[in-house]
Design a binder for this molecule. Sequence first.
Ligand code: SF4
Ligand code: SF4
Length: 150
Amino acid sequence: MLEATLNFKLLEMCSKCGACFSICPSATHIPGYDPRAVIKDILAGTYEKWLSSAHIWQCLECHFCLEICYQHYGFENAMTALRTVAAKKGMHPPQVKRGWDMFIKTSRLGEPTLPARKKLGLPEPTASGADEFKKLHALLKDAREGHKTE
Ligand code: SF4
Ligand code: SF4
C-alpha cells in the first residue's frame, strides 16, 4: 500500500542518514517521537503498529526536515503517508474527525475568537469562503463517484 505513495529508494537513503533528526522540533520535545524508527519499519514492512500510534500525528509539518534534506525528501513524507493510511482505516484520533467535520461545514479549522481579536486590535476576519468550498467539494465528490461507476 505504501509503495504507491512513498519512494522507497529515497527512504533507504534516509534510513542511512538521520541528519534531520537533530533539528526536528517534535523529536526534540516529544519523548519517543522518532521518524527514523518509523522509516525502518516501513522499509521492513512492519509499520502496522504505527497506525495506532499518537506519534504519527505529532509531526508538525514544519518542513524543517524537507528543507535541510539533500534529497529534498524528508521524514515528513513517511509520517504523512502513515497518517493517510490510518485515516483511511478510520484509525485517526477523534479530534481529526472533528477538525474535518468543522472544515467541511465552515471551511475553517476553528472559529476565530472575536473578543480576543478585538482586544488585540485585529480587524474582523473576512468571510470564510465556505459556500465556494462546499460547491467545490460537491463537484469533487460527483467526479469521484462518476469515476467509480465508469
Ligand atoms: S515536518 Fe515533521 S518530521 Fe519533519 S522536522 Fe517537522 S516535525 Fe519533524
Ligand atoms: S529526510 Fe533527508 S536529511 Fe533527513 S534523514 Fe532522511 S535523507 Fe537525511
